[in-house]
Design a protein around this ligand. Structure first.
Ligand code: NAD
Ligand code: IPM
Ligand code: MN
Length: 360
């Protein structure tokens, strides 16, 4: 029997709704597999601003540091959209990723058999399955580069954000991507904009250098605009994609839709230390918040990733994923993955309940 401390940060909008179901999943697998999961809740994002004035309070950092893993819902919403950049909920999210040194964000886009009809892509494009791992650099690039505003002489204000990557940052994410590819189909696509950006030219140089240590992995390079197009033209060509913070953000939302919905994609953020953070790739979805409409599967699959990557509980991880697959095979759908002929459209709570009853 294992004992694990998990920091839970529900956040804003649909965050608390999807986290509620994920917590029930953790409790169910704890009981079934005889592990003790101790959950402690903390504040991050808009809810933290409302009660402490800060998007990422010190207590939350301490809670995370004293935990074995972090589970996060989503942050942000219209209520906080007019705050200065460094006071917004999203600054809290960047703050926690930075403070915990979580430089690698793994975003698996897998299309489940039962959801092939939910993909907006033609059936002949998705028929052989899609299984892509996006490895997104998470603590560098434009998200963390220098930004600001300056007054120009005769063109009003100007604003700038800087894309900057060091060899060190590129090398460590590249290594992690090659290691990931070694455990999969040994194909790595590095996505950049080396035809324009100097940071991308350094990116490519370093990735090629690292590739010498992984002769078994087939390395290719693609410009990001082409990659965005190829993801919908022929997504099956991709195994592992490694890319910068900004490009990874955009391409993973695109990849998620191929699988049926952004409500399906989990993620794991990992760093040098042993602490990992797990969150769905979607946001707080203010348009459906509070309506029991959100798909909780991305968050539940994030728990599955936590079991595997942080706790080494592969069996528990597989059980969670299999429970999700069974419920989808039975025909249950939240609205985002339903089609016109779906008979069993369920809400957030019912989807959670179905998955948990399969798990038990
Ligand atoms: P979003 O991902 O919140 O929503 C985009 C669209 O997808 C919406 O129509 C929404 O209803 C739908 N959607 C998202 N998750 C869903 C789910 N689980 N089930 C069903 N439908 C789902 O992106 P946005 O609208 O661009 O951003 C809203 C807020 O969330 C912003 O404040 C943004 O900064 C924040 N955000 C936070 C995170 C995060 O916390 N990791 C990620 C992305 C966006
Ligand atoms: C994500 C989100 C965040 C990001 C925002 C909310 C800062 O879009 O987790 O994908 O861009 O990383
Ligand atoms: Mn995003």
């Amino acid at each position: 029997m294992g004992k694990y401390n998990i920091a839970v940060l529900p956040g804003d909008g649909i965050g608390p709704e999807v986290i509620e179901q994920a917590i029930k999943v953790i409790e169910a697998v704890g009981e079934k597999y005889n592990h003790s999961f101790e959950l402690k809740e903390g504040l991050l994002g808009g809810c933290a601003i409302d009660s402490t004035g800060e998007p990422f309070p010190k207590e939350t950092l301490e809670l995370c540091k004293s935990s074995d893993a972090v589970l996060l819902g989503a942050v942000g919403g219209p209520k906080w959209d007019n705050l200065p950049g460094d006071k917004r909920p999203e600054a809290g999210l960047l703050g926690i990723r930075g403070a915990l040194g979580l430089y690698a964000n793994l975003r698996p886009a897998v299309i489940y058999q039962a959801l092939k009809g939910a993909s907006p892509l033609r059936s002949d494009i998705v028929k052989d399955g899609i299984d892509i791992m996006v490895v997104r650099e998470l603590t560098g690039g434009m998200y963390f580069g220098e930004r600001g505003r300056v007054q120009t002489e005769n063109m009003g204000q100007a604003a700038f954000d800087t894309e900057k990557y060091s060899e060190f940052e590129i090398e460590r994410i590249a290594r992690l991507a090659f290691e990931t590819a070694m455990k999969r189909n040994k194909k790595l696509m590095s996505v950049d904009k080396a035809n324009v950006l100097e940071s991308s030219r350094l990116w490519r140089e370093v990735v090629i250098r690292v590739s010498k240590d992984y002769p078994e992995v087939e390395l290719n390079h693609m410009y990001v605009d082409n990659a965005a197009m190829q993801l919908v033209r022929n997504p099956a060509q991709f195994d592992v994609i490694v890319t910068s913070n900004m490009f990874g953000d955009i391409l993973s939302d695109e990849a998620s839709m191929i699988t049926g919905s952004i409500g399906m994609l989990p993620s794991a953020s990992l760093g040098e230390g042993s602490l990992g953070l797990y969150e769905p790739i979607h946001g707080s979805a203010p348009d459906i918040a509070g309506q029991d409409k959100a798909n909780p599967i991305a968050t539940i699959l994030s728990v599955a990733m936590m079991m595997k990557y942080s706790f080494g509980l592969g069996e528990v991880s597989d059980a969670i994923e299999n429970a999700v697959i069974s419920v989808l095979d039975m025909g249950y759908r939240t609205a985002d993955i339903a089609s016109a002929d779906t008979a069993n459209v369920v809400g957030t709570k019912e989807m959670g309940r179905l998955i948990i009853s399969k798990l038990k």
